[in-house]
Ligand binder design. Structure first.
Ligand code: KIV
Length: 281
């Protein structure tokens, strides 16, 4: 087990829950120590999302992500961060069967990563499970609207809440998850007026992704924001950098230098006798 010791400088789930209606919270995903270190001073919460299946592992959906993968990446993120509240996703198939299955999975994630909470997808049908976890000491973030683990049932990554029946379902889901005890709620790819209405209707902070500026916070997948993942650009993403393009340029320049024997040069090589300068020889 590698649970991190409680760290008093970290934002807690109580701090986040208290942000309902206040200055919007900043959430971002991270899956690795270096990205967690970079995000930590700027965000309120880091989500170790199962989106890593697609952005990091090149899968077509999040369905192939395992509990062991979430634990490995979750512990790296907790180790490398000091201030942000860290939330780890429960992956597909590790919580839907029963509240007891969810508890076993969530307890492993909490104990082995040292994170503050888990996130799970689903609405009315997951309310009993959320209450089961929360009453046993496991803080939960809900996730309604487009829930990518149900991509096959949805028939694709479709915007949610366009018909009256769909809008009622997403609203009912959000209310059920909040009533069950989730301390925050992600709303994904759901029409704006409905996301705004849900934010008004539930007492817990809503965290939007493709939802509404009225939400109590926003989350994006870091790789989308940085352009590190550039296979496609969802409408709800704003790119703040072009790291995929920059990496392509950097690697092409390196390849050209190697082929032209321009790299390495003398300064990159070791002398036979150690020099007295401060640089590594
Ligand atoms: O897995 C993830 O990164 C997520 C966000 C898209 C909210 O659930």
């Amino acid at each position: 087990m590698s649970a991190a010791p409680p760290n008093s400088s970290r934002l807690t789930i109580r701090d986040l829950a208290a942000r309902k209606g206040g200055v919007p919270m900043v959430w971002l995903t991270a899956y690795s120590a270096p990205t967690a270190r970079a995000l930590d001073p700027h965000v309120d919460a880091i989500l170790v999302g199962d989106s890593m299946g697609m952005t990091f592992y090149g899968m077509e959906s999040t369905l192939g992500v395992t509990l062991d993968m979430m634990i490995a990446h979750g512990s790296a993120v907790v180790r490398a961060s000091k201030r942000a509240c860290v939330v780890v996703d429960l992956p597909f198939g590790t919580y839907q069967a029963s509240p007891a299955q969810a508890f076993t999975s969530a307890a492993r994630v909490m104990a082995e990563t040292g994170c503050a909470a888990v996130k799970l997808e689903g609405g009315v049908e997951m309310a009993e499970t959320i209450a089961f976890l929360v009453t046993r000491g496991i803080p939960v973030v809900g996730h309604v609207g487009l829930t990518p683990q149900s991509v096959n049932a949805f028939g694709g990554f479709r915007t949610q809440g366009r018909s009256a029946a769909e809008a009622k379902k997403v609203m009912d889901d959000a209310k059920a998850v909040a009533k069950a005890g989730a301390f925050a709620l992600v709303i994904e790819k759901t029409v704006e007026p409905l996301s705004r209405a849900i934010t008004k209707a539930v007492p817990v902070p809503t965290i939007g992704i493709g939802a509404s500026p009225a939400c109590d916070g926003q989350v994006l997948v870091l790789d989308d924001l940085t352009g590190m993942f550039d296979l496609f650009l969802p409408k709800f993403v704003k790119r703040y950098a072009e790291m995929g393009r920059d990496m392509d340029k950097a690697v092409a320049a390196y390849a050209a230098d190697v082929r032209a024997r321009k790299f390495p040069q003398a300064e990159h090589c070791f002398t036979a006798t150690p020099a007295k300068s401060k640089t590594k020889k």
